[in-house]
Design a protein around this ligand. Sequence first.
Ligand SMILES: C/C(=C\C(=O)O)CCOP(=O)(O)O
Length: 134
Amino acid sequence: MEIRCHRISGGRARGPALVTKEPISFLGTVDPETGEVVDPRHQLFGRSLRGKVLIFPGGKGSTVGSYVIYQLKKRGAAPLAMINIKSEPIVAVGAIISAIPLVDGVPASLLDLKDGAVVTVDADGEMVRVEGAD
Ligand SMILES: C/C(=C\C(=O)O)CCOP(=O)(O)O
């Protein structure tokens, strides 16, 4: 299945999906050293963002979140790529300064995708590909 999208931060990556229907505030929700979700109130509690294509509706606050994303990248704990329904400036800045591909503008039905589905994010080509979903 191929889905058109809108490039926020360029690049291309392929990996297993990690999906949540909850917005993410990276500060306080994600351990910047390990990539683990440490907020017990979040749907992804106990899961790691490391090496995943992270699919979520968008960010929700703290401005420090951009730097948390940058820390994740520096420590090798970042998502390979991120997909939003609608990106906002905090996640957008974090992705751009960290050179993590980020796209938005995909249909909300992508939030129903099963974890582990293999997803390619081609931000430069403004295309998301989901394997095995045709
Ligand atoms: C949490 C803040 C600073 C810090 O951790 O040093 C302030 C961030 O302000 P927001 O209103 O959460 O963007």
